[in-house]
Design a protein. Structure first.
Length: 279
């Protein structure tokens, strides 16, 4: 019987007890944070039996002008098959920051129709802190998987949809960028972008829902998300589509099911004068 998970987050003890289950596939989705190089440990070390899920060079639309665009279902399927992923696989994703880019990989699997997927709470740092085994990174050399994507287009928003949503009373937007960037008082790391935010959006920096690399308890998340008076539909945005997935993960834990990620995020919205900006 295949192992099924029914929550978006699992603990390191949960994984440690099940890591040898043949149905479990552990993926390392570490990305460097913007403007910060990866540590040597992040480049070379991994949780045993895990393999790189390369968000920077593989699991995105390589022809898109924006930095993190969802790949086609065909491209995604072909590449995860190379990691031994099957349609019935239990996917656990982590990163070397705690919870950061792992949420992006989690969201991509959801977009591709795979529900049996979760983020490792605390990621590599929490695993290492418990003195669980650490391994040198290895490339996958096992049998190819049979994964076939079932693309869920409603989980991704484009700029036109976001623009139309500004006139709709049943949609809320949350932005994961820092308060300074959201308000236009701190510079954008991409120098050509305007400061400010999508009109009417709320600000939820990921630092408010993550403590010591772990997601806050569900009760606290419900309180935080509840403070925004969110409408029936929720759009998550950020700088380039990475941390929007962190607050999407938090929203899922807080019980918000009807949500999508604005893939272009501020890299698209803040570029030029095509879209309205609030400060």
């Amino acid at each position: 019987m295949n192992l099924q998970i029914n929550q978006p987050l699992v603990s390191i003890t949960w994984l440690e007890e099940r890591i040898l289950d043949p149905n479990v596939i552990v993926l390392n989705a570490t990305l460097p944070k913007l403007g910060q190089p990866l540590s040597e440990e992040a480049k070379t070390k991994s949780i045993p039996f895990s393999f790189d899920f390369d968000l920077k060079n593989i699991f995105k639309d390589l022809d898109a002008s924006l930095p993190n665009t969802v790949p086609s279902p065909e491209h995604f399927s072909k590449e995860v098959q190379k990691l031994g992923v099957n349609n019935e696989s239990t996917i656990i994703i982590y990163d070397h920051h705690g919870i950061y880019s792992s949420a992006r990989a989690w969201w991509l699997f959801k977009v591709m129709g795979h529900q049996n997927v979760a983020v490792l709470d605390g990621g590599y740092p929490a695993w290492n802190k418990m003195h669980f085994p650490i391994d040198n990174k290895k490339a996958y050399d096992g049998p190819q998987g049979n994964f076939k994507a079932n693309y869920q287009s409603h989980l991704i928003s484009n700029a036109d949809y976001v623009l139309k949503s500004l006139k709709q009373s049943d949609i809320s937007i949350l932005d994961a960028r820092s308060e300074g960037r959201f308000n236009g008082t701190a510079p954008e790391p991409r120098a050509h972008l305007r400061g400010g935010h999508i009109p009417g959006s709320g600000n939820l920096p990921i630092a408010k829902i993550i403590k010591d690399g772990k997601m806050l308890p569900t009760s606290e998340l419900k309180e935080i998300y509840g403070s925004f008076d969110l409408k029936e539909k929720l759009i998550l945005s950020c700088g380039s589509g990475i941390t929007a997935c962190v607050i999407a993960l938090g929203a899922e834990m807080a019980g918000h099911q009807n949500k999508s990620v604005y893939d272009g995020s501020w890299t698209e919205w803040g570029d030029g004068d095509s879209f309205p900006v609030e400060k």
